[in-house]
Design a protein around this ligand. Structure first.
Ligand SMILES: NC(=O)c1ccc[n+]([C@@H]2O[C@H](COP(=O)([O-])OP(=O)(O)OC[C@H]3O[C@@H](n4cnc5c(N)ncnc54)[C@H](O)[C@@H]3O)[C@@H](O)[C@H]2O)c1
Length: 388
């Protein structure tokens, strides 16, 4: 076992990198007591967050922290990056490196990444590369970042030709998440996080994540519910377990791509402008389960059980207005396709994923048609998100 969750705290033990804790709480008690955060040897802190999060996240966090940061955190050491994927572009690195150097950053400095996955990925990459590596801590503030991007040590920036194409594996000193941050989280961002949690529940061989999400589905949008705190911790622990066994994506980690083959196709068909990643993944999970039944014989009642959970979590399952052949055509160009044949992560049984499954054209077309019949074909237009 390479990660363990105990009450409000879990330990990630990646092979080849130092172990680190993930704390999840729903008040600021641990933060205010000073807790047992490992800050030894840190000369000074820099906080990296995002414009638009000042009121909802930065100020409450600094207030909760009070004087507890050794040496304090003066305003000039707070650096805000912009909104959206565009602010994770490689061209945005230089101003941040320059600013930190102007502020006398040194090898013993520690960067605090306070925000969603964009801030976490970007700050992690800055930490991995500045002065050949300074330490950093992840303080995720979206549900997706808490259960997914803050755990696993992947850091990245975008280039013109693609998302996350430049990056490093670099682990934080610790991860700290407070469900209170979610009090201001917009609806679409809840969907992103819940889709990832649902995905983990599909993959979990023990079946506990699924049972717990089913039992508590109605409480999972309540930032103050202890059930949400526990569900975040368990979901993050699941991801930690998978990545601990396969820190650098040799194999097992590929199961985390459940739902992603269709999702990437939908995102690419819409130029990354229409769906958030989670909205695409939610639809992709439905396709993957329909294919799992068709191709690997996943039992009907197990598939239905997942669908019921998705519905209770409010996840979209429609086919987004695209014909099956359009989605399939786009999939052939996906980097995971081999000889134009798309590959999927599918379940042969509940919690028993297999990856790299080649899916025949007729199976995909039939599954996507069935998805449209069951969950609706959706509309081709929807609120836009900020493009890359
Ligand atoms: N490193 C990994 O393993 C990994 C895994 C999954 C995703 N990612 C990356 O994560 C990014 C997506 O992360 P995300 O979904 O958190 O998106 P995000 O960071 O863009 O955050 C979504 C929106 O929510 C806002 N926000 C954040 N916290 C808030 C709060 N508490 N209250 C109100 N608004 C808040 C943000 O300002 C932003 O507008 C992508 O860049 C993706 O590539 C990385």
């Amino acid at each position: 076992m390479s990660s363990q969750s105990e009450k409000d705290f879990l330990r990630v033990e990646p092979t080849g990198s130092p172990a680190y804790p993930v704390y999840v709480e729903n008040d600021f008690a641990r933060l205010q007591s000073g807790g047992d955060f490992d800050l030894e040897g840190v000369s000074q802190f820099f906080l990296i967050s995002q414009t638009g999060l000042e009121e909802s996240v930065v100020v409450p966090f600094l207030e909760a922290l009070g004087e507890r940061i050794p040496g304090g955190l003066p305003k000039e050491r707070v650096v805000l990056i912009g909104q959206g994927e565009a602010s994770k572009h490689i061209s945005r690195l230089a101003p941040v490196y320059n600013r930190l150097i102007e502020l006398d950053v040194d090898r013993k400095s520690c960067l605090i990444a306070l925000g969603g996955g964009v801030v976490g990925d970007f700050t992690g990459f800055v930490a991995a590369t500045l002065l050949r590596g300074v330490s950093f801590v992840q303080i995720p503030t979206t549900l997706l970042a808490a259960v997914d991007s803050s755990v696993g040590g992947k850091t990245a920036v975008n280039v013109d030709r693609g998302k996350n194409m430049v990056g490093a594996f670099y682990q934080p000193r610790f991860v700290y998440f407070n469900t209170r941050f979610l009090r201001t989280l917009p609806e679409r961002e809840w969907i992103c996080g819940l889709a990832e949690m649902a995905k983990h529940a599909c993959l979990d061989g023990e079946g506990r994540l699924l049972a717990d999400l089913e039992n508590n589905a109605d409480l999972l949008r309540n930032p103050d519910a202890p059930e949400l705190r526990q569900a975040v911790l368990d979901s993050a622990a699941f991801k930690a377990r998978v990545v601990s066994e396969d820190e650098r994506e040799g194999g097992l980690r590929a199961i985390l791509n459940l739902g992603h083959t269709t999702a990437h196709s939908l995102e690419s068909l819409t130029d990354y402008k229409r769906f958030s990643h989670g909205e695409a993944v939610a639809r992709g999970l439905v396709t993957a389960l329909l294919l799992s039944r068709r191709v690997l014989g996943l039992a009907e009642e197990k598939m239905e059980r997942y669908f019921k959970l998705f519905e209770r979590l409010g996840l979209p399952g429609d086919t987004a207005g695209f014909a099956p052949a359009e989605v399939l055509d786009h999939m052939r160009f996906d980097k995971k396709s081999v000889r134009g044949i798309p590959r999927f992560v599918l379940l042969e049984d509940a919690g028993r994923p297999r990856y790299g499954i080649e899916v025949r054209e007729e199976d995909f077309l039939a599954a996507y048609t069935e998805q449209a019949e069951r969950f609706g074909s959706g509309a081709r237009s929807a609120p836009k998100i900020q493009p890359l």
